[in-house]
Every structure is written in structure tokens, then in C-alpha cells.
Design a binder for this molecule. Structure first.
Ligand code: SF4
Ligand code: SF4
Length: 283
């Protein structure tokens, strides 16, 4: 949580407008005034736990951060604040995930574990974070949901590969309908695609109406980057709008530098196109 000087005022304004708010915080320096502000049914506090013990400290590069974070998580949960754990699975912490599962179950809070992708800091430290076999990471990803949340993965359930996770976990209409806004005001398709080429608005000098206007050429350009027509192996597939070239388009860009190929982590296509009466495949 980067603390804006008017953080609590902004939060109170949003809550008074009946908006659901998710707050991201590393759980390190929570003041009493913030904790009080979090005690609201429309507030969800997301805290990353990037390993167990030393591996969390290695990931955060802050000695003692694991203990402080877990202490604050326990404190917030004891006060009835809605807390959700997140983790990014890497070579450093992949053997810790059972401990995170156990903590989530003990506190009865959800946990979401995602794979590391070659973006930003991770790209610069790829050799330290990326294991020889990427499947070692994928196998440890997934969700722990608390309570009865139909349709979501439970502990022990098979975890789909990353390309499919995006579809299962709700990244729908990316690049066309769903967008993210960075702290500097730049509007992008999602948090995995932050580079200049994906920016199509700037809320520091434009209104939302302007950014989403149909004549915003940058928005149209970004929409075209997500076009299925460019996916050579998929552009005639009748399942492309559901499968989206094997799932998350950001994975293609991050691993291969282009959106024009299908998800490289989804090497096998199980789609069987129907055969035409004349014996030719329809795609
Ligand atoms: S089913 Fe296969 S061919 Fe069709 S979009 Fe998905 S990966 Fe591409
Ligand atoms: S590009 Fe991938 S991560 Fe981004 S919104 Fe789409 S499916 Fe989700």
C-alpha cells in the first residue's frame, strides 16, 4: 500500500458511494487508523505472502518482513477484517506453498497463488526466480477458497495451466472491455501488460469519457493487438472466442514478445474441429 496522504478520505468517499474496495498492502506498516478504516464489509484487504519464513524475506528483500506480515494478517483477521492472501510462485518459494495453504485454512481466509511471469522486476531477475521446469511452478498454483464458493478451485483440485487459468478465473474481455489503471494514471489492458505500447489513456490529463470514447485511436489500436485474426494457428478456429488462443494473451507477449502467437505454455490444442460432409476440416 503506497500511502496517499488522503488515503483514508478517499476510502471513506468510496465506501459512502457503496463501492466495493480492494486494498493491496504488503502488510508491513499498518497504522491503527488504517486498520479501523478496513473494518468495513465492502473492504477486502489483499496481502502477498511470498514464501514461508526466510524465502518471503528473500523475495521482499526485507529482513523480518515475514514475521511482521503474518503478525498483521493475524491481527486483521482477529478484528473481523476481510483478508485475502496472494502469492507469486517462483523458484525461491515453490516448496513453501503447503505452509501457505495451511495458514489460509487455519485463518479461514482465501489464498490465490499465481505463477511468476517475465515482467518488470521478475524479468530482470529471471535466473533467480525461474526454475528449470516451469511446470514445477504451475503445479503449485491455484486457489484456496474459504466457505462455499461454487465453481472455484479447492485444495487438491487439479490446477489448469496458466493459459487456462485466466479463463477459469475471470479475465474475460481483456483488451476490449476490462482495463487497469496504474498509479500514474495510465490506462492499460491489464497489470501484466504495462509497457508503453499498451497504454491508451492517461487519467492525469484526460477524463474517463475521453479514454473510453469510440474515437480514441489508441484504444482501438490496443484492441487490435488482441484481435484473434492475427493468431495464425487459431484465426479460423470456431472456439477462438472461448479459448482465446490457449488462454492469456499476455503470456504470449511476456514469453515471446508478440501477441500474434497462441499461448506458448499451452502447446497442445485439444480442439477437434468438426469435419465437413466433404471430408475437409472446417477450420
Ligand atoms: S482451440 Fe486450439 S485452435 Fe482453437 S483457439 Fe484454442 S488453441 Fe487455438
Ligand atoms: S491478458 Fe491475461 S492476465 Fe491480462 S486480462 Fe487478459 S487473460 Fe487476464
Amino acid at each position: 500500500m503506497t500511502l496517499h496522504p488522503q488515503f483514508t478520505d478517499i476510502l471513506q468517499y468510496l465506501l459512502a458511494s457503496n463501492v466495493e474496495v480492494t486494498i493491496l498492502t504488503n502488510g508491513q506498516r499498518l497504522k491503527l487508523m488504517h486498520i479501523e478504516a478496513f473494518r468495513h464489509p465492502n473492504v477486502l484487504v489483499k496481502v502477498p505472502l511470498l514464501g514461508w519464513g526466510d524465502s518471503h524475506d528473500v523475495m521482499t528483500q526485507r529482513h523480518g518482513s515475514f514475521e511482521r506480515t503474518v503478525k498483521n494478517i493475524r491481527h486483521m483477521v482477529s478484528l473481523g477484517i476481510r483478508v485475502k492472501l496472494t502469492s507469486t510462485v517462483t523458484k525461491v518459494n515453490l516448496h513453501d506453498m503447503d505452509y501457505l495453504d495451511a495458514l489460509a485454512k487455519e485463518l479461514n481466509i482465501p489464498l490465490e497463488k499465481s505463477p511468476i511471469y517475465p515482467a518488470g522486476y521478475a524479468r530482470d531477475n529471471w535466473d533467480r526466480l525461474f526454475p528449470e521446469n516451469y511446470n514445477d511452478i504451475v503445479e503449485r498454483c491455484g486457489r484456496v477458497e474459504t466457505g462455499s464458493t461454487p465453481g472455484l478451485l479447492q485444495i487438491g483440485e487439479e490446477v489448469p495451466p496458466p493459459g487456462e487459468q485466466a479463463a477459469v478465473f475471470g479475465c474475460s474481455d481483456c483488451g476490449t472491455q476490462v482495463h487497469a489503471i496504474k498509479s500514474d494514471g495510465k490506462v492499460i489492458p491489464c497489470l501484466l501488460l504495462r509497457e508503453r505500447v499498451f497504454q491508451f489513456g492517461d487519467l492525469t490529463n484526460e477524463s474517463l469519457d475521453t479514454v473510453y470514447a469510440t474515437d480514441n485511436e489508441d484504444r482501438e489500436r490496443v484492441k487490435q493487438l488482441f484481435s484473434y485474426d492475427k493468431l495464425e494457428t487459431c484465426n479460423a478456429c470456431e472456439a477462438r472466442y472461448a479459448c482465446r488462443g490457449g488462454g492469456c494473451r499476455a503470456v504470449s507477449y511476456l514469453f515471446k514478445g508478440t501477441m500474434d502467437i497462441k499461448n506458448p505454455l499451452y502447446d497442445e490444442c485439444y480442439y477437434e474441429p468438426p469435419q465437413s460432409p466433404y471430408g475437409d476440416a472446417l477450420r
